[in-house]
Design a protein around this ligand. Structure first.
Ligand SMILES: Nc1ncnc2c1ncn2[C@@H]1O[C@H](COP(=O)(O)OP(=O)(O)OP(=O)(O)O)[C@@H](O)[C@H]1O
Length: 936
């Protein structure tokens, strides 16, 4: 065993503001024991050397160690100052960039979804250069939530004097050097204690020494920071007499950053290593000065004068209002908040500490996290009252209190949101009365609140040790009231008790170690806090109901002893009826949520709802089915909620057994709730009946629609068939008539042909007898007209009768045309101009008798002119058969006017080949015929 001694002064020089101005009386040489203690403590948590642990520049040794409280040294304080008005205008004006009002990151000004931090957004510079010891990480992670004890560590401040305390290297115990057993300070400390002989040996989780802050962080804080990141509330605080090194441990300085800056770096490191979650980080900074809570980040001139009130809560949760919270997304942001808060902290030069904390300061980080890649946020129910949180003045938005009961981050896609609070607390140090009036007054407040903390811890530890439930006086100070949720169990707690090893401080050190010992006895039961979305909540309710039913059954089976036999104190009765009221409120709230859902008619005084579904008869059967499905789901949800209400009611009775004096009131509450449940059941049954009716209506409607559809389709098809039949009959009739006409036509043609043949035979007979005569040449109409005028009895000539016959026929036709033409004159449709001459295609196959000329010019029936060698054609035949108009040209060609669709037949296919057909540039007007026709 070796004595705990000082650290060499050359190794403890640090930058301001923590460097006291008072010179050290002497700087003794270092003893190896301190180093040994340190190394022995930390070898269990080996981590690779970080940049922060590299050797510092210790070239400028500075006196840093303050005297023990028993030896005030007034010369040390150049000008004692009271930081009574820390946020005076002049201070605010120092650096406009640090003015809180300017911060854009006030939680009430930002959209939480926009400021989430995840592994991708963390800057490399924001995380510690340390390589994580994987084994260590696994060990602490498996331990999360299991620890039911406070972690207590002792940090011995380096001293230039002979230490009064000894500790074996590698041991976690500390013992008072026997030579100091009769130390007057120890005796005076003992006098105020109820113990006969003060204990002089103590065992803790770790005994730490030395100047470096990194091993301190690794040993006492890292596991708790990780627990907070995993969803558990965590509290780390430093306790000890003034000038023993609490602020140095928590905040440190530029050369040796303390627990707060290191834990913030670790937070970002943790996020970097957790790629499957996203985080919302908010921090606040406050202090308790003379039993008043002040917001260190509040903007200047805020209405409440920066004072914060503790509101409501049943102890499990408290709400601080108004408290500014700032969203942080980087280490830089956190450091800025820290700097701003520290500027406003109340420190003063005291007899023992150049920069003594005159208040308890609390730095809080609210951590909300959610699995990444969840669906869109669930629509918050606007009608649902806020379950917790406070209204931020001026904007009406809720901000959760330190109990972190309200979540800014929305649960979504069945994924829960984890919420936890990491609180890092630098307590003011206990101190003796000083010559300064203000300091003495502050000291009184500090000591009172520390005493209350001590007695709260003492009661808690005793309750745990003796399985008692004695009243805990949390409300006796602001500090204990604020720490109530954590101290009553729902947090992982690590306490660092700092002591001054000087013989002159043995009394205070013993007292600190006694406090540390009591803290060790406090039992914890930290629970993760999760906020669930609807799907997850329903699932959770279902499990909870099953669990509760099982527990109830077990209990009933295990004991017949009634649970309501316990005797309660007045305070406990009050607490219980309050708890019952809260339960009642919660049930009412849930009831309201159910009743204000769409199933209830707005403003209806009756609890029975109207039809949960308004049947829209324009909906398709499919839509109606969907409606029915959603109604069924709604019904199931209501049924589950009723079950959970029943379970909550059962749980309430189980957790808060009532004594005889308040039975009536509680029975009344239970009767009210039972009545409400009955009403809800009516609602559900009513809804069920309605759903049945709706289903029947839908079924009938569907049948009707199907009948209707089938009927109308059949009718439509029948009318179509009728129509087709009618058309077919008409076509048949028409075809029959056409056939009849054709036959008639055929008969008349045969008759005509016979007549023609007979006539031709007669004419040739007539000619063969030499009775015919020859007409003069009729190459042109004019010449024909001349010939007609000077007509002389014709002389019989060979084929003269035939020619005469043809001529007569021609003239007859022309006359007929002429008569008709007088009606049609000017109505002829002109030929499209510009058409080129087309060669008539002939079908040489038609060699036997006739061949077809298929005219392919245009689609209309415009007249055409056929030009060809007269000799090659049988004009008379053309004229006779098809009514083509023949006209002689000067070249001796003949032209025919006819119909485009006409099929021309000529007697000699070979001769007709090469005949040209082309559209006339100008239609042949009737007048031409009139002029050219000989008078009959
Ligand atoms: N482990 C340490 N190594 C080197 N210097 C230390 C150490 N602990 C404390 N000091 C120095 O001792 C002085 C007092 O420390 P500190 O201000 O942290 O004490 P405190 O407990 O916070 O006091 P108070 O309760 O009055 O605020 C400071 O100058 C600080 O730098």
């Amino acid at each position: 065993m070796s004595s705990v001694s000082s650290t060499p002064a050359s190794k403890i020089a640090r930058a301001t503001p923590f460097t006291p101005k008072r010179p050290l009386s002497s700087l003794s040489s270092a003893t190896s024991s301190t180093q040994n203690l340190l190394s022995s403590t930390h070898k269990r948590y080996k981590a690779t050397v970080s940049t922060e642990s590299r050797p510092r520049n210790y070239a400028k040794p500075k006196p840093v160690l303050a005297p023990v409280p028993g030896t005030p040294n007034k010369e040390g304080c150049d000008s004692p100052r009271t930081p009574g008005t820390p946020r005076s205008k002049s201070r605010q004006g120092d650096d406009p960039s640090l003015m809180p009002a300017m911060s854009e990151m006030d939680v009430s000004n930002v959209d939480p979804e926009e400021v989430l931090v995840d592994s991708q957004t963390v800057e490399p510079g924001d995380i510690s250069g340390d390589m994580m010891d994987e084994a260590w990480l696994r060990a602490i992670q498996s331990d999360h939530g299991k620890q039911d004890k406070v972690m207590v560590s002792i940090r011995i401040r380096p001293s230039d004097k002979q230490s009064a305390w000894v500790s074996s290297p590698g041991s976690n115990s500390i013992q008072l050097d026997p030579s100091h057993a009769r130390n007057p300070n120890l005796m005076s400390a003992n006098a105020s204690s109820s113990h006969n002989a003060p204990p002089t040996t103590f065992h803790f989780d770790s005994i730490l020494t030395g100047t470096p802050n990194k091993p301190i962080y690794t040993t006492v804080a890292r596991s708790h920071v990780h627990a907070a990141m995993e969803g558990f509330n965590a509290v780390i605080f430093a306790y000890g007499q003034t000038a023993s090194g609490k602020t140095y441990t928590l905040s440190g300085d530029d050369a040796e950053p303390g627990i707060i800056p290191r834990s913030m770096r670790d937070v970002f490191g943790f996020i970097k290593r957790t790629p499957d979650r996203e985080y919302l980080l908010r921090c606040s900074y406050l202090e308790i000065y003379n039993e008043t809570i002040h917001d260190l980040l509040a903007p200047p001139g805020s209405g409440s004068g920066n004072q914060v009130q503790i509101q409501g809560g049943n102890g499990a949760e408290i709400i601080l209002s108004p408290l500014r919270e700032e969203v942080v997304t980087s280490l830089k942001g956190v450091n800025e908040v820290l700097r701003r808060g520290e500027r406003h902290r109340r420190t003063a030069c005291t007899d023992w500490n150049e920069r003594s904390s005159r208040s308890h300061s609390v730095f809080r980080l609210v951590i909300e996290s959610r699995e990444r890649g969840a669906g869109p946020p669930e629509e918050p129910d606007a009608r649902a009252p806020s379950r917790s949180g406070r209204a931020t003045p001026g904007n009406g938005r809720a901000t959760p209190g330190p109990g972190a009961s309200g979540s800014r981050l929305q649960a979504r896609g069945g994924k829960s949101v984890q919420t936890s609070v990491l609180s890092l607390i630098d307590l003011a140090g206990s101190e003796k009365a000083t010559s300064d009036k203000d300091r003495t007054r502050e000291g009184k407040y500090i000591n009172t609140s520390l005493l209350t903390l001590g007695s709260v811890i003492g009661t808690l530890s005793e309750n745990a040790a003796k399985n008692k439930s004695d009243h805990v006086p949390y409300r006796n100070s602001k500090l204990t009231r604020m720490l109530q949720p954590s101290l009553s169990g729902n947090a992982r707690i690590s306490v660092i008790c700092t002591i001054n090893p000087d013989p002159g401080a043995v009394g205070e050190s013993t007292s600190t170690l006694g406090f540390a010992k009591r803290v060790k006895g406090v039992k914890l039961n930290a629970q993760k806090k999760e906020i669930l979305d609807t799907d997850a909540l329903i699932e959770r309710y279902r499990k909870e109901i099953e669990d509760l039913k099982k527990r109830l059954a077990d209990k009933e089976a295990a004991s017949d002893v009634p649970t309501r036999t316990r005797r309660l104190s007045a305070q406990e009765k009050q607490d219980e009826s309050k708890a019952m009221k809260e339960l009642n409120d919660r049930i009412q709230q849930l009831t309201k949520l159910i009743l204000t859902s769409n199933t209830v008619e707005e403003g209806g005084s009756e609890s029975r709802p109207v039809s949960p579904i308004k049947v829209d008869f324009d909906m398709s059967p499919y839509q109606l089915q969907q409606e029915l499905l959603s109604a069924r789901l709604q019904l199931e949800t209501q049924a589950r909620q009723i079950l959970s209400l029943e379970a909550a009611l059962d749980q309430g009775s189980e957790q808060h057994p009532v004594d005889a004096s308040s039975d009536d009131a509680k029975d009344k509450v239970i009767a009210e709730q039972t009545e409400k449940i009955r009403e809800l059941e009516n609602v559900v049954h009513g809804a069920s009946g309605e759903v049945g009716e709706v289903a029947e209506t839908i079924r009938k409607m569907r049948e009707e629609v199907e009948r209707e559809v089938r009927g109308s389709a059949e009718r439509e098809w029948m009318s179509k068939v009728e129509e087709e039949k009618r058309k077919a009959e008409e076509s048949q009739k028409w075809a029959e008539e056409v056939v009849k006409e054709l036959e008639k036509e055929k008969k008349s043609r045969i008759k005509l042909e016979d007549e023609r043949r007979a006539l031709a035979a007669f004419v040739s007979k007539f000619d063969s007898l030499g009775l015919g005569f020859t007409l003069p040449s009729t190459s042109s109409p004019s010449s024909r007209r001349t010939s007609a005028a000077s007509i002389v009895p014709p002389m019989p000539s060979p084929r003269g009768a035939a020619a005469a016959f043809a001529e007569r026929k021609h003239l007859r036709n022309l006359r007929a045309r002429k008569n008709q033409g007088s009606e049609d004159d000017g109505k002829l449709v002109p030929f499209p101009t510009g058409d080129s001459t087309s060669t008539v295609t002939t079908t040489s196959e038609a060699v036997t008798t006739d061949f077809d000329l298929r005219l392919s010019i245009g689609e209309d029936n415009s007249p055409i002119r056929i030009v060809g060698d007269k000799k090659m054609m049988l004009p008379s035949l053309l004229e006779e058969e098809w009514g083509m108009m023949m006209e002689s040209t000067e070249t001796g060609d003949v032209s025919f006017e006819g119909d485009l669709s006409t099929t021309l037949r000529v007697g000699s296919p070979t001769k007709a080949s090469g005949m040209k057909v082309f559209p006339t540039a100008r239609p042949l007007g009737r007048n031409n015929f009139k002029e050219n026709l000989p008078e009959s």
